[in-house]
Design a protein around this ligand. Structure first.
Ligand SMILES: Cc1cc2nc3c(=O)[nH]c(=O)nc-3n(C[C@H](O)[C@H](O)[C@H](O)COP(=O)(O)OP(=O)(O)OC[C@H]3O[C@@H](n4cnc5c(N)ncnc54)[C@H](O)[C@@H]3O)c2cc1C
Length: 430
């Protein structure tokens, strides 16, 4: 199933030269383009499919600080501010609401994890609080779940991915950015060891700086230039219900389901306790870097070696500028939904909040997520390739931080004072 998305037309005319080329029209690339356009820096964003066609429209839309690594909190706090300002910047609401996020605990061990996280972020003075089981019932009435408690952050919230990123892209165009869709960037062009442009399937663009914000494709793109970015794929299946009466406006994450209200009155539901982990060739080359993560997360992963393995294997890992690249072969990564996982999520949710027995399916989809070994992104220059900056590897939580990540990347490419200290996102930490 293809995800509902606000698609729009853009120009096909490739300029001969610009200052910055951005590869990838997800939230990170689009936010960087918007920022650069507002600073009057000539920028061209190239997208192989359509803007927000991959992760940036398929995500759950959670905008959260809760449960983030402490090193990622400053970016998330900056993003909260930018989400609040975004309606004014782009002239639309984008569905952003600080309606609160709550994570539940089934046992003392899970509660201790929430408590340990709260201690780890004490210095940020967040509005997160631990909840007793009675407080969970008060905030989300009508439940039958046996929770020992939870954690709640009122300033966390949500935005609507399938509207937000296209709206931001349209605003970027109005402010002077050029966005070209259905055009893959095949390779970087270089001169004297520095980036001098990009070669696309429709011709070359000369530029001073390239920002690679190509999500799950970044590893393959960089590999062709001899640069290794460790990321591995996982697939998350999601569904949306038709508009219905629900228990709360708060987004709720339990160990084996999550739900949050959609702007049309339906709910977006997923099996929070399980992801499909298709084995690829990359598991044999960079998989060892993930051993710690694997030990901690193995019960969440449904590992398989099937269709995706062969699909991935059939895509080239090395190509030249005059040959068709993998990015033209797959314009939009549209992984198969795992109906069993969606069914599990809905069953667990109905057991916990029986009001969901009234839920009717409106739409189901899946998205492929790029995970780094420490689950944090890379937002950094590439020392081995002057003129190239990365903003990628958002590991399943880059929608919420997207506006800030894009701005930080724009700061780096334009040599402006960075929005926050970028050191947690250094490339050389791997
Ligand atoms: C099911 C699911 C649920 C999620 N839930 C949440 C959530 O609730 N909250 C949260 O914060 N995050 C969530 N995420 C993660 C979030 O969606 C991503 O971290 C974020 O969207 C990443 O944005 P991006 O711009 O880096 O990548 P993407 O959105 O994947 O964009 C990259 C773009 O680059 C294009 N591209 C790639 N290579 C080329 C090339 N060579 N030439 C031209 N174009 C190219 C692709 O076509 C793609 O459109 C979720 C993700 C999924 C899949």
């Amino acid at each position: 199933m293809t995800k509902t998305l606000d698609r729009f037309n853009t120009t096909d005319e490739l300029p001969a030269a610009t200052t910055v080329v951005i590869i990838g029209g997800g939230i990170v690339g689009v936010s960087a383009a918007l920022t650069l356009a507002e600073r009057n820096i000539p920028v061209v964003l190239i997208e192989k499919g359509h803007v927000a066609g991959e992760q940036s429209s398929r995500n759950l839309g959670w905008v959260r600080k809760t449960s983030r690594h402490a090193a990622d909190i400053p970016l998330a706090m900056a993003a909260d501010r930018l989400w609040s300002e975004m309606p004014e910047r782009v002239g639309h609401s984008l569905g952003y609401q600080q309606a609160g996020i709550m994570f539940l605990a089934k046992d003392d061990e899970q509660m201790a994890t929430h408590e340990a996280w709260l201690n780890s972020v004490k210095s940020f003075d967040l509005d997160s609080t631990l909840l007793s089981s009675a407080q969970v019932d008060q905030r989300v009435p009508g439940g039958k779940g046996d929770w020992v408690g939870g954690i709640y952050t009122g300033s966390d919230g949500r935005a609507e991915p399938s509207d937000a990123v296209p709206m931001m892209a349209k605003a970027a165009i109005e402010k002077g950015a050029i966005i070209i869709q259905h055009c893959a960037v095949r390779m970087l062009s270089t001169s004297g060891g520095k980036v001098s442009g990009v070669v696309t399937e429709k011709g070359e663009i000369r530029c001073e700086q390239v920002l690679l914000a190509s999500g799950a494709w970044s590893r393959r793109f960089l590999g062709n230039h001899g640069i290794s970015l460790p990321t591995l794929p996982v697939i998350c299946s999601v569904m949306r219900t038709k508009p219905m009466e629900g228990p709360t406006d708060i987004a709720v994450g339990a160990p084996d389901f999550s739900f949050r209200k959609h702007q049309d009155g339906g709910f977006i539901v997923t099996q929070r306790g399980a992801l499909d982990a298709p084995i690829t060739l990359d598991h044999f080359t960079v998989g060892w870097r993930y051993l710690a993560q694997l030990r901690a997360q193995r019960r969440f992963l449904r590992v398989s070696m099937g269709r995706y393995f062969f699909k991935d294997l059939a895509l080239k890992r090395r190509w030249k500028a005059d040959s068709v690249s993998p990015f033209e072969r797959i314009r939009t990564m549209n992984p198969a939904v795992n109906p069993a996982l969606n069914h599990e999520a809905m069953t667990n949710l109905r057991d916990a909040w029986p009001i969901f027995n009234n839920a009717e399916l409106a739409e189901a989809w899946a998205g492929l997520i790029d995970i780094t070994p420490d689950s944090n992104p890379v937002i950094d220059h590439v020392k081995a390739m002057p003129g190239l900056t990365l903003a990628t590897g958002f590991s399943g939580h880059g929608f919420g931080t997207g506006p800030a990540a894009g701005q930080l990347a724009a700061d780096l490419v334009s040599n402006a004072a960075p929005l926050i200290d970028p050191s947690p996102y250094r490339f050389d930490r791997f």
